[in-house]
Design a protein. Structure first.
Length: 97
């Protein structure tokens, strides 16, 4: 496999990841709109901003060397996991679990 093949695959993976984020954001907005229309409209901008931040971050990481990308992606994953854990904790508290 050539360097170009690897770069092409990495680019394809990044584009797929960005498309997934856009899709998830859209689905989250639609689900929120069904469940809580008034709240949904207030979260449109923050959710869209979060999706843009994610795609910008991934694009920035993709410009680095392979070694840097691995390190940055691991750090970013840890950051995202901590955000997910915080949301889970808030949900458990609100649901009385």
């Amino acid at each position: 496999m050539t360097r170009k093949d690897i770069e092409d695959r990495a680019k394809d993976a990044l584009e797929s990841g960005m498309a997934l984020v856009v899709s998830i954001t859209k689905a989250a907005n639609e689900e929120l709109a069904k469940r809580a229309p008034k709240i949904a409209s207030s979260l449109d901008k923050p959710l869209n901003d979060a999706a843009k931040t994610f795609t910008d971050t991934m694009a920035t990481i993709d410009k680095r060397t392979k070694e840097d990308r691995v390190s940055l992606l691991r750090a970013y994953r840890t950051f995202l996991e901590s955000q997910r854990d915080y949301v889970e904790k808030k949900l458990r508290h609100l649901e009385g679990k």
